[in-house]
Design a protein around this ligand. Structure first.
Ligand SMILES: *Cc1c(COP(=O)(O)O)cnc(C)c1O
Length: 388
């Protein structure tokens, strides 16, 4: 059937994490005791009070209907209150649209704003969906390398003027997947200027804003900075913050016209978010955030075990400032794919090859901190036995 795929579907690379999962299953079938540091899917359960809210919400017949539009007003208000509290950003409910996970909006924004031939500025290595939406709308991706020497920020001055003129959307993602970098204030100020000058929509993906390691250096929202709302939107998700990846809920907020455009695409293309899930999300956003604090502590413990362990073994692993990823330079003389294969074959460890998320990721692997601390210790122990 694959030969009947259209040109766009054929153009897509295999979805990275599905490939990794396939390799992992093969190893499991061989009887290997796999430690999976591959896919960024929290192992921790959704906090109990959120599950309970869902159980109550799912029993209400009013929630069994098609959920239309931008989402429940109560959900959108909960988002605006959360933004105010967390970022001191003022939003109105009509500047928020609920999404079936932020991936949905990130993949669909193109449908509302990209004409064939329009350029989309995409960070690489990066989340694959920025490019998927571009290909599906016959847009033209222009990849912005995220290099260590630039603190994993895209160099906006390096984007040729004719490309900038043709660009309609720029994606940025901080805290960053996969490099675990955060963006300083100066970057956002420059980004807003760049977007204004070239009439580009900023699409800021902030899925990891709550997974940080230093209370004094909490990641910023793009919307905190002057002029942001005039040029762009921010995508947010409950997936990583509250261990709700399977529930499928996130939102987009910021520029009213862009939010309305995405909502219009949704109304004509899919549906809203199951209202029971929206009600559970209200509970998540408005009740005590201690569960998030607890999760941060758990990730911090894991991060330190892995980074200290790898460093002792001579690896050069960046200490993540945020997100639950460790972006590690690989031993010299190997490619990223070779290291991933070696770790799987000789240590039964699954991780992500850096170049799988973009060619500038070559020379790195990404470890997700989504297994328990004892298992991470075990992983370090196994890595110590590998001969390079
Ligand atoms: C996990 C992730 C998302 C979104 O996940 P959803 O579950 O669809 O909300 C978005 N961006 C990045 C970079 C991610 O890693």
């Amino acid at each position: 059937m694959e030969n009947r795929y259209n040109e766009k579907l054929k153009k897509l690379p295999p979805y990275l994490f599905i490939e990794i999962d396939k390799k992992k299953k093969e190893a499991v079938d061989r009887g290997a005791d796999i430690i999976s540091l591959g896919v960024g899917d929290p192992d921790l359960p959704t906090p109990e009070h959120i599950v309970k809210a869902m159980q109550e919400a799912v029993a209400k017949p009013a929630n069994h209907k098609y959920p239309f539009g931008a989402g429940l007003l109560t959900f959108r208000k909960a988002v605006t209150e959360w933004y105010k509290k967390r970022f001191n950003v003022d939003l109105n409910a009509d500047e928020v649209c609920a999404l079936i996970g932020s991936k949905e909006g990130i993949g669909h924004i193109h449908l509302g704003f990209i004409n064939p031939g329009d350029v989309v500025l995409i960070p690489e290595p990066g989340y694959p969906v920025y490019n998927t939406g571009t290909i599906f709308t016959n847009g033209v991706p222009y990849f912005m390398p995220l290099l260590e020497k630039n603190n994993f920020l895209p160099d906006l001055d390096a984007i040729p003027e004719d490309i900038a003129k043709k660009a309609k959307i720029i994606f940025v993602n901080y805290p960053n997947n996969p490099t675990a970098a955060i963006a300083p204030k100066e970057f956002y100020i420059k980004l807003i200027e760049f977007a204004k000058k070239n009439n580009i929509i900023v699409a800021s993906d902030a899925a990891y804003s709550e997974i940080y390691y230093d209370d004094n250096k909490k990641p910023s929202s793009f919307l905190e900075f002057s002029g942001a709302k005039e040029v762009g939107v921010e995508f947010h998700s409950l997936s990583k913050t509250y261990n709700m990846t399977g529930w499928r809920i996130g939102w987009v907020c910021g520029n009213k016209e862009v939010v309305a455009g995405i909502a219009k695409v949704k109304d004509n293309y899919d549906s809203g978010v199951f209202q029971a899930v929206q009600e559970a999300a209200i509970t998540a956003l408005t009740s005590s955030q201690k569960c998030v604090e607890d999760a941060r502590k758990i990730y911090l413990g894991r991060r330190d075990v892995l980074v200290e362990g790898l460093t002792k073994l001579g690896w050069d692993a960046n200490l993540p400032k945020a997100s639950f990823y460790v972006w590690a330079k690989i031993p010299k003389g190997y490619t990223s794919s070779q290291v991933v294969s070696k770790l799987l074959d000789e240590a039964a460890i699954v991780c992500t090859p850096g170049n799988g998320m973009g060619k500038s990721g070559e020379g790195y692997v990404r470890f997700a901190l989504t297994v328990s601390e004892p298992r991470i210790k075990e992983a370090v122990e196994r890595i110590s036995k590998i001969k390079w």
